[in-house]
Design a protein around this ligand. Structure first.
Ligand code: AMP
Ligand code: ZN
Length: 478
């Protein structure tokens, strides 16, 4: 069946693989969430919208999906070693937890505007310190970690005796060496490429907890291992995030999880590509970023026009999630036009006169087209191909328009496919369809006719006047 043909590009094997969940009918998916020290920019939104479509499709094809997307409120450090949340708390003169709450709220509000569904579980890193400490204790026992001056580090050399660090990114240790020097300047590590599981906190550090190694805080990579393991188990189906997290974050996650459980945590790794602005990665730490509200309102330094969340979502989905995408005013205007054209197509179908007779041949053609649409999503969630396929149906619409009529059954089927792909799966919100309005109107007219028959002119006049007020004029023959 067409719905059982889903293939996903797996970053672990660097190839498209047929998707089969570990437990039939159930899918566990973990996606790295935002670090809540500032508002999410459009690049972050692109990633979460991509996973929203993946989540919607996995559910649509009959899976019971447990979607876990965390909130990082501790442990994500600047290159200088300072915690991102603590740094912002000092700037805004707020408690670190106030910063985390403020930006968590704003993150959720933004995703609502983009019609992104809530995950099943949204765990926060600071609420899972105990779980993280337990993993560190286990890794210490197995000699895969070592304590040094109140901090604990993952021992990559030891891990590599039986495993291979860097399976996801394919990096060699020499490269990792030069990178980790930048990320982690402490000199209490055995090897430059080892990464922190626990860091000793100095007196000035704001977010810290008691541990067997003294007062400190967890390393950033550990939270995702602790939370994915807690909510999805030792092995689960999908782990996702932006491609910039592949290394070191996801390679460290794999090493920690393999060390802890002896198993590869996720069967499929999905990585979304970056949104760029002026062909440079959109990023929170530079000026090269644009916030969703700045684009909704049109008040920003980059574009002269405002765009709705729907159009921006549509623009994102016109590119494949694994391709880089540059946001520009011209590209957004083109998407806006495309979006209007899609709405027109729906309206055109709605406006074709429907008749009672069934037309099996036409229904067959519509179903063939529907299958092609599903094949697009089955091919690694190929949304640009799907959108192109939806536009292709305009030929079918032309033919039906030329005949001047369509069977009621075929019309409903056609409109339902639009609803399934555009609203339910791509998560775009369209105007309430005219067919629903027509239905409500015909009910009101029936009630009014009955009222007139019963000589209840109070009701019949009220219906006429109320409809008049919204621009619908009835005469007494209606
Ligand atoms: P952060 O809050 O920085 O941890 O990022 C949250 C998510 O957004 C992660 O999955 C990142 O990989 C992703 N991300 C960051 N920058 C971009 C970008 N320019 N385009 C797409 N995704 C991004
Ligand atoms: Zn993560």
């Amino acid at each position: 069946m067409v719905l059982e043909r889903l293939h996903i590009y797996n970053s672990l094997s660097n190839s498209k693989e047929k998707f089969k969940s570990l437990r039939k009918g159930y899918v566990g998916m973990y996606v790295c969430g935002p670090t809540v020290y500032s508002d999410v920019h459009l690049g972050n939104c692109r990633t979460f919208i991509s996973f929203d479509v993946i989540y919607r499709y996995l559910k649509y094809i009959g899976n019971n999906v447990r979607y876990v997307r965390n909130i990082t409120d501790v442990g994500h450090l600047e290159d200088t070693g300072e915690d991102k949340i603590s740094k912002k708390a000092k700037v805004e003169k707020l408690e670190p937890m106030e910063i985390a709450q403020k930006y968590t709220n704003s993150f959720k509000e933004t995703l609502k505007k983009f019609n992104v569904l809530d995950p099943s579980i949204e765990p926060i890193a600071s609420g899972h310190i105990t779980e993280q400490i337990l993993i560190i204790e286990d890794l210490l026992k197995k000699d895969l970690a070592y304590e040094s001056n109140g901090s604990v580090y993952f021992d990559i050399r030891k891990y590599n005796m039986t495993n291979s660090y860097g399976v996801l990114s394919g990096r060699d240790l020499k490269k990792i060496k030069s990178n980790s020097r930048k990320l982690d300047s402490q000199d209490d590590k055995k090897n430059e490429y080892d990464f922190a599981l626990w860091k000793k906190a100095d007196k000035k550090h704001l977010m810290k907890w008691t541990s067997p190694w003294g007062i400190g805080f967890p390393g950033w990579h550990l939270e995702c291992t602790a939370m994915s393991n807690k909510y999805l188990g030792d092995e689960f189906d999908i782990h996702g995030g932006g491609i910039d997290l592949k290394f070191p974050h996801h390679d460290c996650e794999i090493a920690q999880a393999v060390g802890y459980t002896g198993k590869q945590p996720a069967k499929f790794w999905i990585h979304t590509n970056m949104l760029t602005l002026n062909n440079k990665k959109m990023s929170k730490s530079t000026d090269n970023n644009l916030l969703p509200n700045e684009l909704f309102s049109g008040e920003n330094d980059f574009f002269s026009k405002s765009f709705s969340p729907n159009v921006i979502r549509f623009f994102f989905l016109q590119a494949h999630y694994r391709n880089e995408l540059d946001i520009s005013e011209a590209a957004l205007i083109a998407s806006e036009k495309g979006f209007v054209r899609l709405m027109d197509m729906i309206e055109r179908i709605e406006n074709i006169k429907s008749i009672k007779n069934n037309n099996d041949k036409l229904l067959g053609l519509i179903k063939d087209w529907e299958n092609k649409c599903f094949e697009c999503l089955n091919d690694d969630f190929n949304t640009p191909m799907l959108i192109a396929e939806i536009f292709n149906s305009s030929k079918l619409i032309n033919d039906i328009e030329n005949k001047g009529e369509i069977g009621e059954r075929e019309k409903n089927y056609f409109l339902n496919i639009f609803d399934t792909f555009l609203n339910k799966l791509l998560g775009l919100t369209f105007k309430k369809t005219n067919s629903q309005n027509d239905l409500i109107l015909s009910i009101l007219i029936k009630v009014r006719n009955q009222a007139r028959k019963d000589k209840n002119f109070e009701i019949s006049d009220k219906i006429r006047d109320e409809l008049n007020q919204i621009g619908i004029k009835l005469n007494d023959n209606d």
